[in-house]
Write a protein that binds this ligand. Structure first.
Ligand code: GLN
Length: 458
């Protein structure tokens, strides 16, 4: 895999950092243990993995795709990283992302965009475009992503790979740089559903270092995949969400979705149509809650504690106060999208506007959760396209934030409700010839069901 990275990553640019030597050493240690007849640490021992560069790994540079963290070496590892290393997984490097995971195309990275291996002139999705592209380009068989509004599922969809967002609290967030704490989830990415399930089990579980981590919840998703492969989906009620198709969705995506519905029906599932009327407000709700939380989370980048520190003004004169240093550092260290959201969030949380914006958004979030609850009374899982469009050309939406935000039309409701959801490849769009992803959503703690259904597309 290191050879493959060397051969293709100059074009793809999936990685921000490659841990060449230490990865090789780690792999060789696994080989030696195997040769000595020692039991493997886990089924994934020795398997290479690409880690999204928003998850800390002790001693390895972590940037979150931002200039403000350039040169920062974390003194500790995220729980997820620790679990992976304990399982014998070989972390080959850190992958590119939109700055602080804000974006849907990886073009907001301060270190240049990642390209889609299916067509190098197109985006690989975002924010986890690096992880998805590393999989699609065969630079690694496993990857870790984070999903706040779709950053695992939408990149998976547009690169023809698999990605799952666990139930909120199912995987520890400790050591993962926070975007929006009430939405962020770490999740597994791979090229097959079974690999995704194996990785899911390796990272899931309670962590006392994360106060929102769920206790006593260990979904048996590998068994669920095997069950799906042998028993299929017969008897399962699968809900098609009326509001998550139609306007705003590319014809080739809708066509592929209709074929996927037919596949499930032919395999014995009962298809029901469900309506979730408040999903119409999901995007607006998300773009109040997310900026609010991120404006608060990103306050820690104060030029004192981490990374970049700008100490002179444009003319080279020394800045004298802490406030001036902070202001200059944040001015230079953050990109345009990050600043846009900090400003929006600060405004939405300010005295006099809090109730009208943040408070209302929280109420609508509850209504969206209730829509899901009602839908799950009628269906075991819900499905929709994972992304409204296939991979678009680089540069097409960079100057139009609203057009960029619309890429998460289908994934954001599930994020607001904290439910588990994944994207599996459902074929190529007839209009663009590019991969389409099917989104499978379950009720909270319903990981096993979604993996069982996903197995039908393996
Ligand atoms: N594209 C969405 C955003 O920009 C999702 C980001 C994410 O899931 N990290 O907020």
């Amino acid at each position: 895999h290191l050879d493959r990275i060397k051969a293709v990553d100059a074009d793809v640019h999936a990685f921000l950092h490659v841990s060449g030597e230490s990865a090789l050493e780690q792999a060789q240690a696994v080989d030696r243990a195997r040769a000595a007849g020692e039991p493997a640490a886990s089924p994934l021992a020795g398997v290479p993995l690409a880690l999204k560069d928003i998850v800390t790994q002790q001693g390895v540079p972590t940037t979150a795709g931002s200039r403000i963290l350039e040169g920062w070496i974390p003194p500790y590892s995220a729980t997820v990283t620790r679990k992976l290393l304990d399982a014998g997984v070989v972390i080959v490097g850190k992958t590119n992302l939109d700055e602080f995971a804000m974006g849907s195309s990886t073009e907001n990275s301060a270190y240049g965009p990642t390209r889609n291996p299916w067509d190098l002139t197109r985006i690989p999705g975002g924010s986890g475009g690096g992880s998805a592209a590393a999989l699609a380009a065969f630079e690694a068989p496993l990857a870790i992503g984070t999903d706040t509004g779709g950053s695992i599922r939408q990149p998976a969809a547009v690169t023809g790979t698999v990605g799952a967002k666990p139930t909120y609290g199912g995987v520890s967030r400790y050591g993962v740089i926070a975007l929006a704490s009430s939405l962020d989830q770490v999740g597994p990415c791979a090229r097959t559903v079974l690999d995704t399930a194996l990785l899911h089990e390796a990272i899931a579980g309670h962590d006392r270092l994360d106060s929102t981590s769920i206790e006593d919840f260990a979904p048996r998703v590998v068994d669920a995949v095997h069950r799906g492969t042998t028993d299929g989906v017969r008897g399962l009620r699968i809900g098609v969400v009326k509001e998550l198709s139609g306007e705003g969705y590319q014809p080739g995506v809708l066509e592929s979705f209709t074929t996927a519905v037919r596949t499930l029906q032919d395999a014995g599932a009962e298809i029901v149509e469900v309506s979730c009327p408040n999903f119409e407000y999901a995007l607006a709700t998300y773009y109040l809650i997310l900026p609010s939380e991120c404006s608060s989370n990103l306050a820690r980048f104060d030029a004192m504690r981490y990374g970049l520190r700008v100490t002179t003004d444009a003319a080279g004169a020394a800045l004298v106060s802490a406030e001036e240093v902070m202001s200059a550092t944040r001015g230079q260290g953050f990109g345009a999208e990050v600043k846009r959201r900090i400003i929006l969030g600060t405004y939405a949380l300010s005295a006099g506007y809090y109730d009208a914006y943040y408070g209302s958004a929280q109420k609508v979030r509850t209504l969206i959760k209730r829509d899901f609850e009602r839908a799950y009374a009628r269906a075991d899982v819900l499905i929709s396209p994972a992304s409204p469009v296939t991979a678009f050309p680089l540069g097409e939406k960079v100057d139009d934030p609203m057009a960029m935000y619309l890429n998460d039309l289908a994934t954001i409701p599930g994020s607001l409700a904290g439910i588990p959801a994944m994207s599996v490849p459902s074929g190529l769009a007839s209009d663009t010839g590019l991969p389409v992803g099917l989104q499978i959503m379950g009720p909270a703690l319903g990981e096993e069901r979604i993996y069982q259904v996903a197995a039908a597309f393996e």
